[in-house]
Write a protein that binds this ligand. Sequence first.
Ligand SMILES: C[S@@+](CC[C@H](N)C(=O)[O-])C[C@H]1O[C@@H](n2cnc3c(N)ncnc32)[C@H](O)[C@@H]1O
Length: 227
Amino acid sequence: MADVYDRHYAHDRGRVYYDHICDMALEDLPRDGRLLDLGCGTGLFMTRYLASGGTAAGLDISRGMIARARQRCNGCEVAVGTAEQIPYRDGTFDAVASILAFSYLQKPEAMLRESFRVLKPGGTIAVCTLGRNLLTALVPVIYRIGEKVHIRRIGMADFGEHYYRDGEIAALFAAIGFEDIRVRRCSFAHRDLHDPVFSLARKVEPFVEERIPQLAYNICVSAKKPD
Ligand SMILES: C[S@@+](CC[C@H](N)C(=O)[O-])C[C@H]1O[C@@H](n2cnc3c(N)ncnc32)[C@H](O)[C@@H]1O
């Protein structure tokens, strides 16, 4: 998937869509700290974090993704592994991020518990993932119908991803002991929309996120490990 993934997010609408999610995550993270990116994929977020002045390490379950991340992020420590069992000592990082990966985890509680462990006291976590709303609630149904009638799949593929409600994801963070939990909705313009609909959706995106967040389909959560 590494090639497909980079093609989706490196150019044009995909890049605009992806940058917007990254900007929201970066807003809540310390700029010059040591970051761990869980489910780092091809390293797209780590390069943005490096540009903001910090250092970054990445972990991903896919060898192909990690090979690409290694090429892209010269100087980053990257490794194959699961976010549910992090191979670092307690209190190693100032920040943990996970961009569009949390929804694919089979044990999200384990990822949060491990993130809490490897964060320094006062460290910050930012997770952006798929949110549940009226439209995304229909995605699994559409996948199933698409497979039955043999039409092209929607998006890249069906990975059995989970779409989170605001309260549901906040409760997961709170149960681990995180504090200052902030949940925001993100993204109204999707890269699969064609122009001029994409441009129009981008224009109204700030209004949607602020005033009608139930129409935005990604969810960004940030929180702190207590001092
Ligand atoms: C949609 S991609 C996002 C990649 C990257 N975070 C980005 O923003 O470009 C989801 C990533 O999560 C990774 N992933 C899925 N389950 C994982 C797990 N249990 N531990 C670590 N990575 C995982 C996948 O291999 C994939 O690279």
